[in-house]
Design a protein around this ligand. Structure first.
Ligand code: AMP
Ligand code: MG
Length: 413
C-alpha cells in the first residue's frame, strides 16, 4: 500500500500544465484567467453626478445659503457642452456629465425651486466635489483588473466588459470523458434482467465533473472485455482532456481496466493500492502526446465518489488552471464517537456536518459505512478523515473535507 499523499502527488506531477486560450466573456464565468488584464479606460470616464439635483459652484454657497438662476437641465447620455457660471445652477440627473464651471451637486431633496422654476434656493454650504463622481474613481488606467490565476466571478466578468473587452485569455474548461465498465450494468432503463444492476457511477461522475466546473462527456458503458475497454478509453483520450472510468481495477478475473491503462499509459501508468478506505485500488496513467490523464476508479459507488474527490477533482482543477486545487477542510466537533478498526489505512467517512449556534461546525452523525451504500451518503456534506490509531470520542475534533458548504447551515432532518 502507498500513502494517500504519495499517490496524489504522483497524479499531479504527471499532468501537463494547461495553456490559456482566448475565451469569450460570455463563456468565461467560473473559469480561470490565464493573463493579467490591465485597465485601458478610465471608469468613470468623465465627472458626473451621483444624485438627481442641481449642479452649481460651491463658492456661491460659501455664505451658508444662495439663490441661483436655473439655466437648463443635463441628462445622463448628454454630450457635456453645458456651462454653469457664477450665480447659476443647472438641473442635473444621476449619471449626467457635470457642466463646465460647476464643481458640486446639491441634491434635489435639499433644493427649493421657486414656483416659476427660474430660481432655486440652497440653504446650506455645499462642499466642492459633493455628489460628484470623478474620472478614474472606480478604475484608473493601468490598474490590475484581473491577475493570472484569478477565478472569474460575475463581478470580474463585468469589470472586464466595462473596459470594452469581449474576450480574455483564460483556461478552457477541460472536457472529461466518463466510462462505466461491467457486464452487470443494464444498458436500458427497462426492467432489470437477472443479475443486472443499474449504472450509478456514470451519472454520479458526470454530475461531479460538472460540479467541478468541467464539461462532462458521456462515453457510455462497456463490457468487461479487454479490447472493448481499450478501444473506448482510446476514443475518450482522443476526444477529451481527461478520462475517468469505473470498475475493473481490483483483482477479479475480469478486472481488465488496470491492464488497459498500463498498456496505454506505458511508463506513466501505475496500478496502486492506496492506504485509504474506501477507494484502495486505483489505476492511473497519462496517455498520448497530449498526456491525457486516465483514471481507473473502483466500481463501488461510494469508493468512486471518494476516489473522485481525492484524485480526480484536484487534477481537473489543475487542468482548468486553478491555483487552489483542494476542497476546504475544517476541524469539526464530533457529536458522537467515530470508532474505527486498525487496518493501516486512512478512513474517509461521509458525515453530516452543521454549523451550530456555538460558532463551531459539528459532525452530527456519520453515515452508515459500506462502499456500496450510495443512497446512504446522499445526505452527507463532508468527508471525515480518520487516521490509523485515532480513537475518537464524542466531543473530540476530527478533520473533515467540506463537500457542500451550502449545506452547513441546512436544518438537519
Ligand atoms: P468492480 O470494481 O468492477 O469489481 O466492481 C465493484 C462493485 O461495484 C461490484 O459490486 C459492481 O457490481 C459494482 N459496480 C461497478 N460498476 C458500477 C456502476 N457503474 N454502478 C453501480 N455499481 C457498480
Ligand atoms: Mg467490474
Amino acid at each position: 500500500m502507498i500513502a494517500l499523499d504519495e499517490a496524489k502527488r504522483y497524479v499531479l506531477e504527471s499532468l501537463a500544465a494547461p495553456s490559456p486560450e482566448v475565451v469569450a466573456l460570455d463563456d468565461v464565468l467560473g473559469g480561470v484567467a490565464g493573463e493579467v488584464v490591465l485597465a485601458r479606460e478610465l471608469v468613470p470616464g468623465f465627472a458626473n453626478s451621483s444624485m438627481d439635483g442641481f449642479a452649481l459652484r460651491a463658492l456661491d454657497t460659501a455664505s451658508g445659503s444662495a439663490t441661483l438662476r436655473v439655466i437648463g437641465a443635463v441628462y445622463a447620455g448628454d454630450g457635456g457642452s453645458s456651462h454653469v457660471g457664477p450665480g447659476e445652477a443647472a438641473r442635473i440627473m444621476t449619471g449626467a456629465p457635470l457642466p463646465d464651471g460647476a464643481d458640486c451637486v446639491c441634491m434635489k431633496e435639499e433644493a427649493n425651486v421657486e414656483p416659476s422654476g427660474e430660481t432655486v434656493r440652497v440653504a446650506r454650504t455645499i462642499r466642492a466635489g459633493e455628489f460628484v463622481r470623478f474620472p478614474g474613481e472606480d478604475v484608473a488606467i493601468g490598474q490590475v483588473l484581473v491577475a493570472a490565476g484569478d477565478e472569474l466571478s460575475p463581478a470580474k466578468v463585468a469589470v472586464l466588459a466595462g473596459q470594452g473587452f469581449a474576450s480574455v485569455r483564460a483556461y478552457r474548461r477541460p472536457r472529461v470523458g466518463v466510462i462505466s465498465t461491467g457486464n452487470e450494468l443494464a444498458r436500458s432503463l427497462g426492467p432489470l434482467q437477472s443479475g443486472q444492476i443499474r449504472d450509478l457511477n456514470r451519472p454520479l461522475l458526470l454530475a461531479l465533473v460538472k460540479e467541478s466546473g468541467c464539461l462532462p462527456v458521456d462515453l457510455g458503458i462497456v463490457h468487461d472485455d479487454y479490447a472493448s475497454i481499450a478501444q473506448r478509453l482510446k476514443d475518450g483520450v482522443d476526444d477529451c482532456d481527461a478520462v475517468v472510468s469505473t470498475g475493473g481495477v481490483s483483482v477479479g478475473d475480469l478486472d481488465h481496466v488496470k491492464a488497459v491503462i498500463a498498456e496505454l499509459g506505458g511508463d506513466s501508468a501505475r496500478s496502486l493500492q492506496v492506504a485509504i478506505k474506501p477507494g484502495k485500488p486505483f489505476a492511473f496513467g497519462v496517455v498520448g502526446a497530449r498526456r491525457v490523464p486516465v483514471f481507473g476508479l473502483p466500481g463501488n459507488p461510494v469508493s468512486t465518489r471518494v476516489s473522485f474527490e481525492l484524485f480526480v477533482r484536484p487534477a481537473l482543477r489543475f487542468l482548468a488552471g486553478h491555483r487552489e486545487l483542494e476542497r476546504p477542510t475544517a476541524n469539526m466537533v464530533l457529536d458522537s464517537a467515530l470508532p474505527r478498526e486498525s487496518d493501516g489505512k486512512l478512513h474517509l467517512i461521509h458525515v453530516v456536518a452543521r454549523l451550530h449556534s456555538d460558532g463551531l461546525i459539528h459532525v452530527e452523525r456519520a453515515i452508515r459505512q459500506g462502499s456500496h451504500l450510495l443512497s446512504a451518503i446522499a445526505e452527507a456534506n463532508a468527508l471525515a478523515m480518520v487516521p490509523e490509531g485515532a480513537d475518537l470520542s464524542s466531543g473530540d475534533t476530527v478533520r473533515a473535507m467540506i463537500l457542500d458548504a451550502s449545506q452547513l447551515c441546512a436544518t438537519s432532518t
